[in-house]
Each structure stands twice: as structure tokens, then as C-alpha cells.
Design a protein. Structure first.
Ligand code: ASP
Length: 337
């Protein structure tokens, strides 16, 4: 066992539970609140570009992942376990730009980034540009729990993963037709002199609050379609794409990573909460104020110590889902939901 966290058996159970359509047990009327939010990327997501089948598949997978994470919280497990449970399901789905459904870089290769942070002690782990790790979030957790470092990249990260018994797959595991077509479209646009747009972003993430009052955040991505020169975005950068501190909030971001890094988005939201802003105000100010002014497209999911959730985005849509402290389940894709 690489970590003290649940193995794939638990994910399989959660998957089965989701497939059987079982509802999570209702949260107890009293006792500390638990809550969770997840995202599957923000971007130019419109109803016109979506088939009913594809939309249904997105909604079902989002709901399954958020319920699986929530189940862990109701069972008294940590926010880190809940975040990991939800993200593994999203990484294993070909629908999202993370793990299995990761986008291709300019060389036609999938390079994956992920990070995780625990709010209790600001422990953090991250990996960048790994090519064979099935679930990069697990490697990020292993970096946090079993190394003295915060971020490992490339072959070194994979060597560490092998030492930790982290599952690897043949790179063909990450080959999906949809992402290959996206790469070809990006290459054509590039030749036509177009700049990169938000069409080519997306990512997955989760934030959660557990019974012990601990927050956690995690993010996993294939990054940007057609990326080159070893480009790494915000997703594995603590403070930019991921941040968690029990004293303020937990955030996972998705969007144009270069902006999220420079505007230190995840940390900025939590710093505003620490200075007295409500979570909703802080997240909205950064995503729809600071970032819009800067020209950065994307969104975040955020949760605070009371279990309040905010999921603002400045794009047409963001794949997202949550179970709030009262046990209400929400799944959304478009801006008007
Ligand atoms: N933020 C990620 C990156 O820039 C991509 C995304 O969220 O869609 O790599």
C-alpha cells in the first residue's frame, strides 16, 4: 500500500453504489457539517456543442464522483480521502481532461499534472509532466505523505511513484479519439495564426470539509492541448491551482493556467477569506473581478470551514457538482444553472 488511503476497491464500491443509484445517507441533523464540491473544467461549454448523450454522461459522472466523495465524509473519513475518491473517478473517466481523458501536447503525448493540499497543517504534494501514472492525484498524495518535498516532475516523479507502488499504465491508456481530434484542431488553428483560447482548457478538482473540521483541496489535469516545451500550468502549483488552510478555505481552480499562476488565484481567495471576506465574495471578486480585468478565463470551486461552497466562473460554463452541508446535491454545466 503506497499510502494510508483507500485503494481502488473503495472506488469500485463507490462506482457500484453510483451505478445502483443509491442515495447517500442523509447527513445527521446535528454534529459538525460535511460538504464537498468538484469541478470537471471550465470553458466555452455551450448547449449547441453538446449532444444529449454526452451531456447525460457528464452529469452522471459528476454526480457519481461527488456522491462517492460525500459518502466518505459521511462515513467519518477525512476530507483528503473524499477529495481523492472524487478525483480518481474523474481521472478514470475519458470525459475529463485529467488521467484517462487528458489532452495531448504538441508531440502527441499526454503529460499530466496534479496537486493536493491539506488544510490542517498546510501539507502539500504535487507532480508535473508525468506520462505513465494512471492517477496523478495518488502520486501527489504520495509526495505529500512520503517525501520531504512538495513538487516532483517528469521522470523523477515517476521513479518516486514506482518506489511508492503507484500504478502505472501504458501511455496508450490516455489515448482518446476526442482529445486527438482536439489536438488536430489546435494545430490547424495555430497554423492559421490563432491564439490559444479557453476552448482548450479543462481539468478536474475537488474540495471538501470533513467531520473533524479539516479542509482539503486537490486538482488534476492534462493541461493545455498542444502545449510544448514542457509547459506546466497552475494545476500542480500550490497557491495558484490548489490551496487549503483550515483557517480560511480550500480552493481548486480550472482555466488559463498562466493567469492563475500570476494572480495566485487559489491563495488570493483564501487570503481574502482570512481577512474577513465571505467565501462567496472572495471567490467572486477574484474570478469575476481580478481575473476578468487581467484577461484570465476560468473558474474555481471553494469551500470554507462552515461548509459554505462557492463555484464562480467567468466562462460560458463549468462542469461542477456539490453536496452542501444540508445534504443538497447540485450538478451543473452551463452558466444559467
Ligand atoms: N488550468 C489548467 C492549466 O492551465 C487547465 C485547465 O484548468 O483547464 O494547465
Amino acid at each position: 500500500m503506497p499510502t494510508a488511503l483507500p485503494t481502488r476497491t473503495f472506488s469500485a464500491l463507490a462506482l457500484l453504489t453510483g451505478l445502483l443509484g443509491l442515495s447517500p445517507r442523509p447527513a445527521p441533523a446535528s454534529g459538525p457539517p460535511v460538504a464537498i464540491a468538484i469541478h470537471g473544467g471550465a470553458g466555452t461549454i455551450s448547449r449547441e456543442d453538446m449532444t444529449p448523450e454526452r451531456e447525460a454522461a457528464f452529469r452522471a459522472t459528476l454526480e457519481q464522483a461527488v456522491r462517492a466523495g460525500h459518502e466518505r465524509l459521511l462515513a467519518g473519513e477525512s476530507s483528503l480521502v473524499a477529495v481523492r475518491t472524487a478525483i480518481v473517478l474523474l481521472e478514470d473517466s475519458p470525459l475529463f481532461n485529467a488521467g484517462r481523458g487528458a489532452v495531448f501536447n504538441a508531440d502527441g503525448v499526454n503529460e499530466l499534472d496534479a496537486s493536493v493540499m491539506r488544510g490542517r497543517d498546510r501539507a502539500a504534494g504535487a507532480v508535473a509532466s508525468v506520462r505513465r501514472v494512471r492517477n496523478p492525484i495518488d502520486l501527489a498524495i504520495a509526495v505529500m505523505e512520503h517525501s520531504p518535498h512538495v513538487m516532483l516532475a517528469g521522470e523523477g516523479a515517476e521513479t518516486f511513484g514506482a518506489e511508492q507502488g503507484i500504478e502505472t499504465v501504458d501511455p496508450s491508456w490516455f489515448h482518446t479519439e476526442f482529445r486527438w481530434e482536439q489536438l488536430e484542431a489546435a494545430r490547424e488553428k495555430e497554423t492559421a495564426g490563432d491564439i490559444v483560447t479557453a476552448d482548450f482548457f479543462s481539468t478536474v478538482g475537488a474540495v471538501a470539509l470533513d467531520r473533524a473540521g479539516d479542509l482539503a483541496a486537490g486538482t488534476s489535469t492534462g493541461g493545455m492541448t498542444n502545449k510544448r516545451f514542457g509547459r506546466i500550468g497552475d494545476s500542480p502549483v500550490i497557491g495558484a491551482g490548489t490551496f487549503a488552510d483550515n483557517a480560511s478555505c480550500a480552493v481548486s481552480a480550472t482555466g488559463h493556467g498562466e493567469y492563475f499562476i500570476r494572480w495566485v488565484v487559489a491563495y488570493d481567495i483564501c487570503a481574502r477569506v482570512a481577512s474577513g471576506s465571505s467565501l462567496a465574495d472572495a471567490a467572486d471578486t477574484v474570478v469575476n473581478g481580478v481575473l476578468v480585468e487581467a484577461g484570465g478565463t476560468g473558474g474555481v470551486i471553494a469551500i470554507d470551514a462552515a461548509g459554505d461552497i462557492a463555484m464562480p466562473f467567468n466562462t460560458a460554463g463549468m462542469y461542477r457538482a456539490s453536496v452542501d452541508a444540508a445534504g443538497n446535491v447540485f450538478v451543473g454545466i452551463y452558466g444559467d444553472e
